[in-house]
Design a protein around this ligand. Sequence first.
Ligand code: MN
Length: 279
Amino acid sequence: MIIVMKSHATAKQIEDVVQWIESVGYKAHPSSGVERTIIGAVGDNRDKAVLKYAESLPGVEKTMPILKPYKLASRESHEGDTVINIGSLEIGGPEFIVMAGPCAIESEEQLLESAYVVKKGGGQILRGGAFKPRTSPYSFQGLEEEGLKVLDAVSRKTGLPTVTEVVNPADVDLVESYADVLQIGARNVQNFALLKKVGHARKPVTHLPVVIDPSHAAGNWKYVIPLSRAAVAVGADGIIVEVHPEPEKAVSDGAQSLKPEKFYQLMDDIRALAKAMRS
Ligand code: MN
């Protein structure tokens, strides 16, 4: 249900409505627009009739059913774009964001070298996997906590914030203590035990803004630059892309990883396209 506040509703009235929604067992998602605040009430649909009572609360103009099945992402309940802040960096704002780095963290030297390439090229966030959900149980599974420590050390040395994948609900607290953004891989988008756990995390888990992964989409470095250009052209908020100083020696996903010079070319293309689209 969506509760539409009157345009002159006070902060206190909005807060009272939020508290009332939560008192009847629903989660309130307030969203302040230029003109007015709307509050999404998300919960068990079976007894949503109780939410009609909100119309009698001070400051409320009307209630409306949420028509879209994707309640949290719908513009109905959240008018503005979703913007995630990491320090001074905005994901989902006007700037196109590039998250880049190796598929897997292999050593501090490898990640540091990758981070310098990312930074030199103008990428804003360092990616690198410490927990790897591989197709084969015989493949390298990641350095786990040792890898997270390397990620943290390289982040401190270079000033780049980090994104890394979490694959196990039991590891969420650990990953959250080292990384700035938690990544959920394609294999885990229906792993509800994991999604529930990351839902309680204090760090962002990005269902929105829209970030494209051209590396895993293609599986081959040749298509990564064209797909990244396409991501800019369709208005995505950013990309997450695999870059490795020596792809031929990478322990995972070497075939789709960009060499440094290809990454610089990609960044030049993105800058040119983003500029052309703004003008
Ligand atoms: Mn990978």
